[in-house]
Design a protein around this ligand. Structure first.
Ligand code: FES
Ligand code: FE2
Length: 402
């Protein structure tokens, strides 16, 4: 795979001011010179049963995933009126569709007649949705607009039998959905100080290039692998570690959300040049994590890779949607081929290295069922994510400085 490793492009799309970006580069330079990284005050022990306990997994689903705003898709993927995407999210069938007014709608993708899955084809563009069972028809707002043979079926009031709408809002080019009908998302409060940084990424101005899906193991096992750079050298010697330093990271947090910045190897030469010549975007592997399951890897100027990880139907399953967004739409066949190669390369590294390792982790867990996992001080964002889960299950706030 070495010969296809994409190069980091010079540029300054860092989603923050140059001074702020340079302050992070200063921290990375200090870590490189001193062989350090941002660290938690202590190590953290997590009982293996926290991963294996199916009752706890059900509480996580009901008390966290069914309650909080979930980032489920990028706005760029559903940019046009009528663009839709059907997804199975944490055991619920949902459909996202951009209505005639440009607003994003989220509905349960379940026909109100006899519960048939309404939209079966994944993604597309439609003006209405017709159920394949008895052809009840709904518009893009979920309103029931047609019942064949209603004179024999009997009257059906659309006020009672339209699709169940779910709370849905967009911020910063991200589509958020709540899985409990009627429960407000309160997104500005939820995203807090992370929101301006997410908005500065300008994901809403990007072009969606492709999305690939990947089934994985337990959501926490999968999540752990996204949040630290301690594993780069060992697990990714021929991919990620060619361009990223191992175990050299800054960590900042905004309530449950985090920003991890990994030191890129291009920083080695840059840090010996005068500071005003530094190009932060070329030195920072910038990753925002929107709790509970969205990684925005925007360290590259032209490409942003967004991974959305959510629990599947049982404790041992998760689903990942990995989307590639481009700042400049490719026009020539050569540019399209290059974008394709890069997106495939990135996806393959996740699939063949991270997800293979995480599946092995899951398979190993039962053998250590009565023991603990130990999370290092350098795995600070992993600690933070587990602390957020613990707090939410305890009914405590995760917002504000922590
Ligand atoms: S179940 Fe959809 S029309 Fe009958
Ligand atoms: Fe990895």
């Amino acid at each position: 795979m070495t010969d296809t490793v994409p190069q980091y492009l010079p540029g300054a799309h860092t989603a923050m001011s140059r001074d702020e970006a340079l302050a992070i580069v200063d921290r990375l330079v200090s870590h490189l010179r001193n062989e350090t990284t941002d660290m938690a005050p202590e190590q953290l022990e997590i009982p293996i049963s926290d991963y294996l306990d199916e009752d706890l997994w059900e509480r996580e689903v009901k008390e966290i995933f069914h309650q909080i705003p979930l980032p489920v898709c990028t706005s760029a993927e559903l940019a046009g009126v009528g663009d839709y995407k059907a997804m199975r999210v944490v055991g619920r069938e949902i459909v996202l569709v951009r209505g005639k007014d440009g607003q994003m709608n989220a509905m349960l993708n379940v026909c109100r007649h006899r519960a048939m899955k309404l939209v079966t084809g994944g993604c597309g563009n439609a003006r209405r949705f017709s159920c394949s069972y008895h052809a009840w028809t709904y518009d893009t707002d979920g309103r029931l607009i047609g019942v064949p043979g209603e004179d024999t079926f009997g009257p059906v009031d659309p006020d009672d039998y339209s699709l169940v709408r779910l709370p849905c809002e967009e911020r910063a080019g991200i589509i958020f959905v709540g899985l409990t009908a009627g429960r407000p998302l309160e997104l500005d409060t939820w995203l807090g100080d992370a929101l301006p940084y997410l908005e500065a990424l300008e994901l809403d101005k990007c072009t969606h290039f492709m999305t690939k899906e990947l089934a994985g193991p337990n959501w926490k096992v999968t999540l752990d692998g996204y949040l630290e750079g301690y594993h780069f050298g060992a697990l990714h010697p021929n991919t990620v570690a060619l361009t990223n330093h191992t175990n050299r990271m800054t960590h900042d947090r905004f309530g449950p959300h985090v920003r991890n910045v990994f030191a890129l190897k291009s920083l080695d030469a840059m840090m010996d040049r005068p500071r005003d010549e530094w190009d932060p975007a070329a030195a920072m592997g910038l990753v925002y994590w929107v709790f509970p399951g969205m990684s925005i890897a925007g360290g590259w100027r032209e490409r942003t890779v967004i991974s959305i990880i959510l629990p599947g139907d049982s404790w041992g399953e998760s689903m990942t949607w990995q989307a590639t967004l481009l700042r400049t739409p490719p026009t020539t066949a050569e540019e399209i081929a290059e974008a394709q190669k890069t997106a495939e390369w990135f996806f393959a590294a996740f699939r063949d290295e991270d997800y293979t390792a995480q599946t092995d982790v899951q398979n190993g867990l039962p053998s250590l069922a009565d023991k603990h996992m130990i999370i290092g001080r350098n795995e600070i964002a992993v600690q933070h994510a587990h602390e957020s889960v613990r707090r939410l299950l305890a009914g405590e706030s995760v917002l504000g400085p922590r």
